[in-house]
Each structure stands twice: as C-alpha cells, then as structure tokens.
Ligand binder design. Structure first.
Ligand SMILES: NC(=O)c1ccc[n+]([C@@H]2O[C@H](COP(=O)([O-])OP(=O)(O)OC[C@H]3O[C@@H](n4cnc5c(N)ncnc54)[C@H](OP(=O)(O)O)[C@@H]3O)[C@@H](O)[C@H]2O)c1
Length: 334
C-alpha cells in the first residue's frame, strides 16, 4: 500500500512537472524583429540567404556579409523586394569581406554596418563551408581554412557585435554549427572539429552574456539543399555520402525559419527533424538549460536515445567496413 502511494505521488509530480514545462514551452514569448537591425554573415547564399529573407519578412533591416560582390548584389535585390512587399520601411545593405582574413577588417564590418542601420540587434553567423576528405588526404591549408572560416571568423565578428549589444543591453547571437558538430563522422575530421568548437564557444558565451539580456543559439542544420552542399558533395568520400543519405535533404527555408523562431524565443539549440532532436538531446551534456520542456526530455530520453545511437553507429561502421573490403578486393584484382 505504502509503495503504491509513493508511485502514485511520483507519477502525479512528474505529470504536473511535464504539464508546467509544456505550458511554459508553448507560451514562450517570441521577440519582435520589426525595425531591428539583423546582420547575417554568409547571407548571399543558401541557409544565410534564407535567414536574411525570413528576417526581412518579419520587418527587420538587414546587413549581409560575404565575399563575392555579384552574389551579394543579387541577394540585396531579392531582399529589397521582400522589404517593399511587407512595407516595413526596412533597408538592406551589404559589405564584402573575407571572414578568414584580417581580424581588424572583420571587426570593422560591424562598426561600418551600424553607421546607417543603427546597433545590431541580431547576429546570425552563417558563413562557412564543409569539405569531407579522409584524415590523411585533407591538406593542412584546408584544415586551417575550415577552422578560420567556420570558427575564428564567427568568433571575431561576434566579439565586436557583442560589445555593441552589451551597450544596448539586448541582443540575439546565432552560430551555425552542423549535425556533424555533434558526431564525428567519417571524412569530417577537420569539419566536425571546427563545428564542435563553435558549440563550446557558444556555451561559454551564453554564460557570459546572460546578465546583459543577450541570448545565444546554436543551429545544427542537417543536410540542406544549398549551393554549398552541392559543392561539398563533389569531393565527399562514398562512406560519408552513404551515411548522410540516411537522413534526407532539407530546404534552406525550413532550416532558416526554425533557426529564427528558436533564436527569438531564446532557445540554446535549434534543430529540424527527429535526428536533430535525438542528437541534441544526446549531446546536451552541461549545455545551458533554456526551457523546462527540453530539459525534461533530455533527462528522460537520454537512455533510450543512447540505445538507438548504438544502431546508427553499428550501421555506419558497417558502411566503412564494406567500402574497405571493396577497396581491398579492387587492389588485389589489379
Ligand atoms: N547545407 C548544408 O547541408 C549544411 C549542413 C550543416 C551545416 N551547414 C552550415 O550552414 C552554413 C551555411 O551553409 P550553406 O550550405 O548555406 O552554404 P553556401 O550556400 O555555400 O553559403 C555560404 C555563404 O557563406 C559565405 N562565405 C563562405 N566563405 C566565406 C568567407 N571566407 N568569408 C565570408 N563569407 C564567406 C558565402 O559567400 P562567398 O562565397 O561569396 O563568400 C555564402 O554567402 C555553413 O556554416 C555550413 O557549414 C550547412
């Protein structure tokens, strides 16, 4: 009888906790972008361009940062059309710059961007690229470039933007990692490491800027149909291709909408789809707790997801083994 009572109490407490968490999760207030200034690095293509179009449709003014001026001009025209359709009175400008270049030049982009459009309210770090090659094949200059663009460039431009946000006592920072930043996959020794480094940077920054009313979000896109993804596929080892094929391909608009929605409610992670949910739940570790619902799902689903991960790892290792055997057989027959 005593045990029965205890279990009933435990279940009641759990049900109430989950109810409160669900209520809190769905009633979270989304911040408004009307009249705000959003800077998007990598905003001339793929996920970054979709983010820029999305925030423009929500009434923001937009600054784009990338290298290729032709692509920037085309993106500017596309975004200007959205701005005039929603009649927000917003504006779109661009700055051409290399995020793997001179740190002082990168930092000065933020100052220049604020001259006409005012303080940056939201910074979305989307500039980046992926290359998959086996560990011994990837040239050292490419390892450095992957780190410089994906990690260091994001670090430096965020540093300058956060200085400005701290003065305003508000802001939203987004880093674009990758599902490959949560799991070390075949062919991604350099890329996975650069994207994982962004996660630790975001966790530490989240703790530093919380008192200043600045939120930090990390987005983990799955494979997304963009020009960057098309280029990445040119050199991808067959093993990496076969592993990523299991997850399907998303549209950049879907990833961008989820990224902006999650960032505006201050969620620390942003993912699309069941695999992203499973991976971020599994890898939550000591990451920030930004809502009770996600925290509870992490507490209760970790064990189950760890068991499911064994199946994924088994199938990935099977692919590696099969391709290895094929290569060995080819060598022997030559
Ligand atoms: N697509 C996917 O499947 C996928 C999956 C996971 C994560 N991601 C991440 O999502 C982000 C966007 O990827 P995407 O697929 O949308 O790529 P994308 O279509 O190639 O767009 C990349 C953007 O970044 C800019 N960029 C690249 N290198 C730069 C540099 N050194 N300095 C300044 N700007 C630079 C590009 O413009 P310029 O070339 O003109 O500079 C472009 O605007 C990347 O961080 C990527 O790693 C993508």
């Amino acid at each position: 009888m005593g045990w029965c009572c205890c279990i009933t109490w435990l279940w009641s407490i759990l049900a109430i906790g989950l109810g409160v968490a669900l209520f809190e999760f769905f009633s979270r207030k989304k911040r408004d972008l009307k009249g705000k200034h959003v800077l998007v690095t990598g905003g001339s293509s793929g996920i970054g361009l979709s983010v820029a179009l999305d925030v423009a449709a929500r009434g923001a003014s937009v600054t784009l940062v990338a290298r290729d001026v032709d692509k920037l001009e085309k993106a500017q025209v596309e975004i200007a059309t959205v701005i005039s359709r929603v009649a927000s009175g917003g504006y779109v400008q661009y700055f051409s710059g290399d995020l793997s270049g001179d740190p002082e030049k990168i930092a000065s982009i933020v100052k220049d961007a604020e001259v006409d459009l005012g303080p940056i309210y939201m910074l979305v770090n989307c500039a980046g690229f992926a290359r998959a090659q086996t560990f011994e094949d990837i040239p050292p200059w490419l390892v450095k470039q992957l780190m410089d663009v994906n990690y260091t460039g994001s670090f430096i431009i965020t540093q300058e933007a956060v200085r400005s946000m701290k003065r305003q006592h508000e802001g939203v920072v987004v880093f674009t990692s990758s599902q490959a930043g949560l799991i070390g996959l075949y062919g991604f020794t350099a890329y996975s490491a650069a994207k994982a480094a962004l996660v630790r940077l975001a966790e530490a920054l989240h703790m530093e800027v919380k008192p200043y009313n600045i939120t930090v979000t990390v987005c983990y896109p799955p494979d997304t149909d963009t020009p960057g993804f098309e280029e990445e596929n040119q050199t991808k080892p067959v093993e990496t291709k076969l592993m990523s094929e299991t997850a399907g391909l998303l549209k950049p608009e879907e990833v961008a909408k989820k990224l902006v929605d999650d960032a505006l409610i201050g969620s620390f992670t942003s993912t699309v789809g069941l695999e992203g949910f499973m991976l971020t739940t599994l890898c939550a570790g000591m990451g920030p707790i930004t809502d009770a619902f996600s925290f509870l799902t992490q507490v209760f689903l970790f064990g189950i997801f760890r068991a499911v991960s064994a199946f994924y790892l088994w199938s990935f290792n099977k692919i590696v083994d099969k391709e290895y055997r094929k290569r060995q057989a080819c060598k022997k027959s030559e």
